[in-house]
Write a protein that binds this ligand. Structure first.
Ligand code: MG
Length: 240
């Protein structure tokens, strides 16, 4: 392809750091369904569903701080929430039922977001792609392999948390040139703001059902850095 047929494309190879959950494939919708099932199972006599949800968010904050991201943490948060709000003890039977809500997420097929597979193949022909996700390393690596997208990536990074220092370490570790590197993702809090703070460019691709713990106001890029906002993954091919 000549540059005149793609006037917005960067003319030199770039490094694209790509988020996974809710950028490449669906993720949060399964948690939302599991949470809805949990709330209706708890069927609290006093607290409204919104109040239960709010309390679960508090439980998730605490669990993640102590045990990191992943399904084990989610299962623990559901059980903590149930124990703290319920006036009856969590019997083994109830425990198993609550655990099944978390397990339903693990059993899901990987559901790629629209146009992700062909767009990634196209991008990989011109640029260096690195998967940058957070969570449980085993769970995230397993999802990547089940997605069929692994061959497009030159490296996989599963971070404990996506803060500016984690991005700076990644830049050092991979010998990345910040001026030609872009973090692509759906989360202002984890993908965009900390990447901009670490000196990278960023591409924000919003997802309608982004996890509430990932919500944050999008920062403006510092001078010399760029922030693109695209309506869907396919539009990456216009710019890269
Ligand atoms: Mg994400």
């Amino acid at each position: 392809m000549t540059s005149t047929s793609h006037p917005h494309r960067r003319s030199t190879p770039q490094t694209l750091l790509l988020d996974a959950d809710d950028t490449l494939w669906e993720n949060n919708i399964y948690f939302e369904r599991a949470i809805a099932a949990f709330i209706s199972y708890l069927d609290h006599r006093v607290h409204t569903p919104a109040e239960v949800r709010n309390h679960l968010n508090h439980c998730e904050h605490a669990t993640i701080a102590a045990h990191g991201y992943g399904l084990q943490s989610f299962r623990r948060s559901l059980i903590d929430c149930f124990e703290q709000l319920s006036d009856t003890p969590v019997t083994p039977e109830k425990h198993q039922r609550i655990a099944s809500f978390a397990q339903s997420i693990a059993d899901h097929e990987i559901e790629l977001l629209p146009n992700v597979a062909p767009t990634l193949a196209d991008l990989a022909s011109r640029h260096r792609l690195i998967l940058v996700t957070k969570g449980n390393p085993e769970e995230q690596t397993d999802k990547l392999h089940r997605s069929g997208l692994a061959p497009h990536f030159s490296a996989i990074e599963v971070l404990a948390e996506k803060h500016p220092t984690a991005y700076r370490n990644l830049i050092l570790h991979h010998g990345i040139e910040a001026s030609t590197t872009w973090m692509v993702g759906n989360s202002p809090r984890s993908d965009i703001n900390p990447a901009l703070a670490a000196g990278l460019h960023a591409v924000f691709i919003p997802h309608d059902f982004t996890w509430v713990l990932e919500h944050e106001v999008l920062n403006q890029p510092p001078v010399g850095q760029q922030l693109l906002e695209l309506p869907g993954f396919i539009h990456l091919s216009t710019h890269f």
